[in-house]
Design a protein around this ligand. Structure first.
Ligand code: BTN
Length: 317
């Protein structure tokens, strides 16, 4: 669902250097010229460089450098995303999205931010979130049992890969839900949920993507801008569209229907690994056979095949 503000940004982006008069914009969008002027002022405040020439109208000079909710909304195409909220800075978009989930927000509500001051990673870790990244959390309400959600995070990782592929990247997946580029982590996914015994109430799928190198230290990873020139807003919109595609595949056939697509991008097949739990204790070691229909990592150990539901994988080299 597009807001009037993102429609104003889209109309200006569509005509480029030609520009548009306030009158023309008002007529096209069915609002007053005063309303157009307010939207333009808000877009400038958000980071759009818009030249306003008396008697001529508005001309978009450049788009925002950092992630901006209205720009993500302008670029996202999948109708699953009904509302894109956010701010330049927040503690954690996952925490914000969980507040919205608890207050009954609709499936497809998204929170984005240009930076996070308390970003959360998997296994209770911190997720360093300086400007130059894309940080987003999506609220979903899948009609499934809590036991099925273990396969949801790998499904989301595949969705993030779909999104990055649409930008021209060739990401790979490291079980369960790391997204890598040239062997370096480029994106991470944190899935949180609330459930009753037999029914999921909501899932918040949070994703952080390293887009451009920043003065602050990021996780020791790769960056989208090492390969393609895309703004954090473009990356967030592409990732959201990829997540929506993966979500639809998941609802239609579960992870088993996505398994081949996941395996085709998986980096660990045939590799000797050690898997640890969140305390750092070793759970299992062996050679990775693959990922099964429930998204478990299957290791070939001394006592045969061992399926693992969760854990942190390190290579044994
Ligand atoms: C990981 O440890 O690999 C998962 C990192 C997930 C980070 C994202 S950034 C957006 C969302 N908000 C958070 O606080 N965490 C997730």
């Amino acid at each position: 669902m597009k807001t009037r503000r993102s429609e104003v940004a889209s109309a200006l982006a569509a005509v480029g250097s030609a520009g548009l008069s306030g009158q023309r914009l008002a007529e096209t969008l069915g609002v007053s010229r005063v309303a157009i002027a307010k939207h333009v002022t808000a877009l400038i405040a958000a980071g759009y460089d818009i030249a306003a020439v008396r008697g001529e109208g508005y001309r978009l000079v450049s788009l925002p450098i950092d992630l901006v909710p209205v720009e993500v909304e302008r670029l996202v195409t999948d109708p699953l995303w009904v509302c894109i909220e956010g701010a330049a800075e927040t503690g954690s978009t996952n925490e914000d999205c969980k507040v919205l989930a608890r207050s009954g927000a609709e499936e497809g509500t998204v929170v984005v931010a240009a930076r996070q001051t308390a970003g959360k990673g998997r296994l209770g870790r911190e997720w360093t979130s300086p400007e130059g990244g894309a940080y987003l959390s999506a609220l979903l309400r899948p009609p499934c049992a809590p036991s099925e959600v273990a396969s949801f995070a790998p499904a989301c990782a595949l969705g993030v890969a779909y999104g990055l592929e649409a930008l021209g990247l060739h990401p790979r997946l490291k079980w369960p839900n790391d997204v890598q580029l040239d062997g370096k982590k480029i994106a991470g996914i944190l899935v949180e949920m609330s459930a009753e015994t037999d029914r999921v109430e909501w899932v918040v799928a949070g994703c952080g993507v390293n887009v451009r190198r920043s003065e602050c230290c990021f996780q020791d990873g790769g960056f989208v801008n090492d390969v393609v020139d895309a703004s954090p807003s473009m990356v967030a919109a592409a990732v959201l569209d990829g997540l929506a595609r993966a979500y639809r595949e998941y609802l239609a056939g579960g992870f088993s229907a996505m398994r081949d697509a996941y395996e085709a991008r998986h980096t660990l097949a045939g590799v000797e690994v050690t898997v640890r739990d969140m305390t750092g204790a070793i759970v299992a070691s062996g050679v990775v056979e693959g990922v099964d229909a429930s998204a478990r990592l299957v290791l070939s150990g001394p006592d045969g095949s061992v399926p693992l539901v969760a854990g942190e994988v390190t290579l044994r080299s």
